[in-house]
Design a protein. Structure first.
Length: 273
């Protein structure tokens, strides 16, 4: 078997859809999000994927809230700060793009439209291109979020048009109700469609989280876990923290003989300058 890069673990700690009613340990305030990011960093995460919440705990893409979160995280550790540009389904594209203006090292770039539970997650070609161009101007590495197969083609088109340069980094978000499920064959199929010099991670939603993490560790991919994707530790048992979910991935990696990347090692793997 080819020697694999070290494993990058992303902690997606809040999301836009989960509430405290569903997961009592969900971090909401900038302080809570920064503390949770630090705990995930100590557990082995090298990237934190962040969704901001307002004072009432509702999703917000407000620049100032993201700024506060970014500064609070940076004061604690060097974990890679990756804000969401996906936001919530009801945010406008202009609202969603705000955290990119903070020039984070990375940000997400959703590469197409899909059903998202009862809603529609809108990403027109016009706005995918606008988001990508702004990220390039500001030196932000996009993590291309793929919820359906066609989104890989949309990302390749960005390269063809000269908007993005490879190597690309993909996140296969598998198991969102209404979009692609997260069976092993779904991940294999997705992985086989991306340019060969790409890096990729997988975010398995709900019950898909741990099986897909195990597969990605063994396939040379990377892994995302956290309350945004899955609030449970096991069937019917809520996780006590995001760090608990990160710790499980670290244990799996160890058992499978794959080393875990530090943030600086993750920067090298992802070509983040
Ligand atoms: N909350 C979803 C509608 C991202 O962060 O870039 C979109 C999402 C993707 O979570
Ligand atoms: Zn997200």
């Amino acid at each position: 078997m080819k020697k694999m890069e070290k494993l990058i673990i992303t902690a997606a700690i809040t999301g836009a859809e989960v509430t405290r009613d569903l997961q009592p340990n969900l971090p909401l305030t900038p302080e809570e999000i920064a503390n949770e990011a630090f705990n995930c960093y100590k557990a082995g995460a090298s990237i934190v994927h962040v969704h901001a919440r307002d004072k009432d705990g509702n999703p917000t893409q407000d620049y100032e809230v993201y700024k506060e979160i970014k500064e609070k995280i940076e004061a604690k550790c060097d974990i890679i700060f990756q804000p969401s540009t996906g936001g919530a389904v009801w945010h406008s594209p202009e609202e969603r793009l705000q955290p990119v203006e903070l020039k984070p090292e990375m940000a997400t770039l959703s590469a197409g439209t899909c059903n998202f539970g009862p809603d529609v997650f809108m990403n027109s070609e016009e706005y995918i291109e606008k988001f990508a161009k702004r990220m390039v101007v500001l030196g932000v590495k996009p993590e291309i979020e793929v919820f359906e197969r066609g989104m890989i083609e949309n990302a390749k088109k960005l390269v063809k048009k000269g908007i993005l340069n490879g190597p690309l980094h993909f996140d296969f978000v598998l198991g969102v109700p209404g979009a692609c499920p997260g069976n092993p064959e779904d991940l294999l199929y997705m992985r086989n469609q991306i340019p060969s010099d790409s890096t990729w991670t997988v975010a398995g939603i709900g019950r898909y989280e741990t099986p897909l993490a195990g597969l990605a560790i063994n396939m040379g991919g990377h892994v995302r876990v956290g309350f945004e994707d899955n609030i449970y530790y096991s069937k019917g048992v809520l996780a006590t923290s995001n760090a608990q979910l990160v710790e499980r991935v670290v244990r799996l990696a160890k058992e499978f003989g794959r080393e875990v990347a530090s943030p600086s090692e993750a920067r090298k793997i992802l070509n983040i300058k």
